[in-house]
Design a protein around this ligand. Structure first.
Ligand code: MN
Length: 192
């Protein structure tokens, strides 16, 4: 059974950019719900219970489950791992990933250009979804957005940075000002 991962910081640690109430509901309610639903599907498949959540989502199209359950695993398993990464890459203090920063500068020519491209991808995601920075199957950095809880792992990519643009991630504080949320979020991304 998968469990809700603990945050390495308090719910109010990302203030004023992400408010404590949003963090608490997002983590303890939304993230927990994905985990509860993911576990409920896995109960039916003992063969999957020895795998990590990443292995399951990575092999989403290969695992032997009903099509209805594959959809549930895509949504709830994806929701579980996507949020786990999201909490991990944020924090009140910078903890620079030097290798990633070097690769970003190489691939996108500058950090500013990367931030502009990623921001555009996040803004451009129509409806619920996430913006992603991933290493593709050739180890090349790529930016894109995916709908819902779809994971880059399913297409063989390694996610490094993600931004949740579901309304539940920002609505209490920002309401319809999604662009302000996205621009402010860079302040709490600890990796770069
Ligand atoms: Mn979310």
């Amino acid at each position: 059974m998968f469990e809700l991962p603990k945050l390495n910081y308090e719910y109010n640690a990302l203030e004023p950019f992400i408010d404590a109430t949003t963090m608490e509901i997002h983590h303890s309610k939304h993230h927990q719900a994905y985990i509860t639903n993911f576990n409920a599907v896995l109960e039916k498949y003992p063969a999957l219970q020895n795998l990590s959540s990443e292995e399951i989502v990575k092999n989403l199209n290969g695992i032997e489950v009903t099509e209805e359950d594959r959809k549930k695993i895509k949504n709830h398993g994806g929701g579980f791992i996507n949020h786990s990464l999201f909490w991990e890459i944020m924090g009140p203090e910078k903890q620079i990933n030097e290798q990633l920063l070097a690769d970003i500068n190489t691939e996108f020519t500058s950090l500013e250009k990367f931030k502009a491209d990623f921001t555009q991808s996040a803004i451009g995601q129509f409806g619920s979804g996430w913006a992603w920075l991933v290493y593709d199957e050739n180890g090349k950095l790529k930016i894109y957005s995916l709908p819902n809880q779809d994971s880059p792992l399913t297409i063989g990519h390694k996610p490094m940075i993600c931004l949740d643009v579901w309304e539940h991630a920002y609505y209490l504080k920002y309401q319809n000002r999604r662009v302000d949320y996205i621009n402010n979020w860079w302040n709490v991304l600890k990796l770069i």
